[in-house]
Design a protein around this ligand. Sequence first.
Ligand SMILES: Cc1cc2nc3c(=O)[nH]c(=O)nc-3n(C[C@H](O)[C@H](O)[C@H](O)COP(=O)(O)OP(=O)(O)OC[C@H]3O[C@@H](n4cnc5c(N)ncnc54)[C@H](O)[C@@H]3O)c2cc1C
Length: 434
Amino acid sequence: MRIEPGKRWRNWGRSQEARPQHLVHATTPDEVSEAVAFARDKNLPLKTVGAGHSFTSIAATDGVQLDISALDGVLAVDGPLVTLGAGTNLYQLPALLGEHGLALENMGDIDKQTIAGAISTGTHGTGAQFGGLATQVEALTLVTADGSTLHLDAGDELLPAARVGLGALGVITDVTLRCVPEFVMRAVERPEPLEEVLDGWLERAASVDHFEFYWFPHTTQALTKTNTRMPADTPRAPQAPLAAWVDDEFMPNGLYVLVCNLGVVAPGLTPPLNRLANKLVAEREVTDGWHEVFTSPRRVRFREMEYALPVEAVPDALREIRAAIDANNWRITFPVEVRVAAADDNWLSTAYGRQSGYIAVHRYYREDPTAYFEAVEAIARAHGGRPHWGKMHFRTADDLRPAYPRFDDFLAARDRLDPDRVFANDYLERVLGR
Ligand SMILES: Cc1cc2nc3c(=O)[nH]c(=O)nc-3n(C[C@H](O)[C@H](O)[C@H](O)COP(=O)(O)OP(=O)(O)OC[C@H]3O[C@@H](n4cnc5c(N)ncnc54)[C@H](O)[C@@H]3O)c2cc1C
């Protein structure tokens, strides 16, 4: 275990900042136990930090910051079950799993997160038959507040609590994922009229493997993305390098910096710029590896809020968001992203007990997102929405409790595993209580 003075820490979205007193690097599970003992000895809280890609302060601490990035790589493989060090970043997985002919079943939009950080906040991708990353977790090991090790396997009562544990139950040291045979995907992206996409939402979401769409505010168009899973030996047809650069790099990153910065200095330009961006989005079809199709780089910083709603509520909620943007005359440069996920049984999963439609709203990081996000939250709440734990929201324990049937069971597990609140921070106090 290596201990150094804490340094200024900031998250990717630049919405959170902290100054931990100590930064501890642990390279083995035993060193994680030592780090917990160190924090207890100093009477300080301890937070493990992943890749800092949460927009909320869920990973922030002014006590002991624990870095477990050295706990990475494959620890064991048993058929489709792969045990990984908890600090493994998702971008390592194509190579690590590929050696065994395996793949992740589903993924979100990016691959920068650590596996422990991603599951702890309920990170998800899209696909009506596919749950979030945490649903792929067959087992995990935690170091709890007394420094002891707790291994949770399928069937253990606490596994559904620990899979989406918000970092509140202990430090995860390894995660066993149920993987699938490697596959490729055919991706079809095309602009379509928003109203047609909303009218067909339920059917489209149910009839393909992975459906999602982006709507650019101030336009009547949506960009739909339909991904179909194909056998691993399907010939790949990636985009030509120049077209790929335009679609994956210039459009979402280079052009966006321009659009966002112009939007900050001259908000009136946002609607025409969005219409222009929308026009530049061309239809494209690509067949490539699972990882290449699921994820893409995000180099323009933004802040995000995302709500999980009952899947059938998505069209009405989106129309209400559009009306709120118009009524308030907001200039919104970033598209609204809409996805779907299967129901699951993880106690604090945003998709607990119901198939969910996800609506994500974004603002450039140099713009104040508060009014827009508050309005979207009010709309989502009226539809029974649950906020993503890693993305901005304004909810508290009192109003989250009724949204989660197993909320009090989770609190009881927290009382048992961390009675002295070694793993507490301000965010957990807000969303779970003291
Ligand atoms: C550009 C961008 C794109 C994104 N895209 C998506 C998306 O497509 N879908 C989606 O659902 N989300 C998405 N997110 C949100 C992101 O997936 C989550 O916030 C995720 O938790 C970040 O993982 P991390 O490794 O950065 O964890 P951090 O943000 O560093 O930490 C998150 C939580 O996990 C805890 N934690 C980390 N490691 C451990 C451990 N070993 N043991 C116990 N607790 C631990 C931390 O203490 C904290 O509570 C996106 C975020 C960004 C910035």
